[in-house]
Design a protein. Structure first.
Length: 472
């Protein structure tokens, strides 16, 4: 028996214990995240922090301690996720890579069953991919194969750049028509009434004679990368179902942050990543593909298959794998795959609903405090805002803000809005020309809270921004 093995047991989520945090900051006297009904308590959060190598033992007065507000980029993993990956790599080094896939079959099966529990679907509807982008491209490419010139794709104003570039490429090479559904002027969310109007529009001819066909796909981002907006994906899914149109949902920022039940979302495809709110590894993603949808199509398979996603059953024929596995490829980061399973199971054990309540409370408090600071502009819109908070400071570049906050012990990131969500940036810039709406800057600072963050960390960020603004 080889000495190194990857655990296939459920990751241990630490029990809550009384917290003792010296030097409480004044923000904690104004609001407390655990006061939200159903949210995680401070004692539970302290236990989770001790289970996270990056912040274990970090208190307000810890030298070099970092407040990590970059869950929307890459969250800090729990110890169990780190251990699972290291143990897998160690076993590969001793047993061999191929042999380890056999020996650790249970660890490699965990992401399918855990994601199925998280998304409320069947494990056969889950594919593990090299990234969320590759998962999205597989799904979009499979659908695109049946499109005719003039067929329409409906998307949201806040659509992510990688997805929109693929739409533009499809328009250039296949003659697909890309339509951006307007956002509600009051909320900033995708306007569901405008969506239904687009779905109801009959095929016609454009002024130049080109065909404008039926809607063949609704494809939106649930939570954009550059703000706290949450689109009403369930309402979009209901419209898609009503009109019999496939629905592809980019849920990279929502899976792990908030409940994502595919039965309620009514999506046919959903993509996500390990590294963000799931607190999992980088270099791994996943795809949900609804079995009933796949079975109802004459052909629905990725543009390129390999021997893992299909069976070569005769010299001149092949058969795609059943379910979502057709969207997988043979080679993937197996240690990341093992880590992903542990990360998803950890999120389930923490409790998505309770974690979501705390994350929202932290982000809401952060927005409220930042908005009070002169020269600071909070940029988020939406009815139900999430854990992502975006802002800028008059007269100070976002790269400088990020660098100075890091020097003050706070991790944030920046987002180039004019590239990452360009349609949203252009629309709000145009609106600003005729209203009091300040519009969107080209670049924003992005601070993304998670359930492991503390009240004093929010205050550290707010104090740091206040100092930067005062010196601007």
């Amino acid at each position: 028996m080889l000495p190194v093995a990857v655990t296939t047991a459920r990751p241990t989520v630490p029990a809550a214990r009384p917290a003792s945090v010296p030097g409480r900051h004044r923000a904690q006297r104004r609001w407390r995240a655990h006061a939200v009904p159903g949210a995680l308590s401070d004692a539970e959060v302290d236990a989770f922090r001790e289970d996270t190598p990056g912040i274990a033992g970090v208190r307000p007065d810890t030298p070099g301690g970092i407040a990590h507000f970059n869950a929307a980029g890459s969250a800090l993993p729990p110890r169990a996720v780190l251990d699972a990956q290291v143990a897998y790599l160690q076993r590969e080094a001793i047993a061999g890579g191929y042999e380890t896939t056999e020996d650790e079959a249970a660890a490699l099966a965990l992401p399918y069953t855990a994601l199925a529990s998280l998304l409320h679907c069947d494990p056969s509807e889950i594919a593990i991919t090299q990234s969320a982008t590759s998962a999205w491209q597989c799904a979009f490419g499979a659908l695109l194969e049946s499109f005719q010139p003039g067929d329409r794709v409906l998307t949201a104003r806040c659509e992510y750049a990688s997805n929109y570039i693929a739409y533009l490429q499809a328009a250039r090479t296949r003659g697909v028509v890309v339509e951006v559904v307007p956002s509600d002027e009051e909320t900033g969310q995708l306007d569901v009434r405008a969506l239904e109007a687009s779905l109801a529009r009959r095929p016609t001819r454009a002024a130049d004679g080109r065909r404008v066909g039926p809607v063949r796909l609704i494809s939106i981002t649930h939570v954009p990368t550059s703000g706290g907006l949450v689109n009403d994906a369930a309402a979009v899914g209901a419209m898609a179902e009503k009109h019999g149109v496939p629905f592809l949902l980019d849920a990279c920022q929502s899976v792990g942050q908030m409940p994502t039940d595919v039965r309620e979302l009514k999506c046919d495809f959903l993509v996500g990543t390990g590294r963000k709110y799931l607190r999992g590894p980088r270099g791994i993603g996943f795809l949900y593909a609804r079995n009933a949808f796949l079975e109802g199509q004459t052909v629905c398979e990725p543009v390129m298959l390999d021997l893992h996603g299909a069976r070569w059953d005769a010299a001149d024929s092949y058969a795609p794998a059943k379910g979502a596995r057709r969207f997988e490829q043979y080679e993937v980061s197996f240690c990341a795959k093992a880590g992903l399973g542990v990360a998803v199971q950890y999120a389930l054990d923490v409790g998505i609903e309770r974690a979501w309540a705390r994350t929202r409370a932290l982000a809401s408090a952060m927005r409220e405090e930042l908005a009070k600071i002169p020269k600071v502009n909070v940029c988020d819109v939406g009815v139900a805002k999430c854990g992502i908070v975006t802002f800028d400071v008059d007269g100070v570049g976002v790269a400088e803000i990020r660098a100075r906050l890091r020097d003050a012990g706070v991790n944030v990131w920046t987002s180039r809005v004019c590239n990452n969500t360009r349609m949203e940036w252009e629309a709000r810039r145009t609106k600003a020309e005729t209203s009091r709406d300040p519009g969107l800057p080209e670049d924003v600072v992005r601070a993304s809270a998670h359930y492991f963050n503390k009240d004093w960390e929010v205050q550290r960020l707010v104090d740091g921004v206040r100092q930067i603004a005062a010196q601007a």
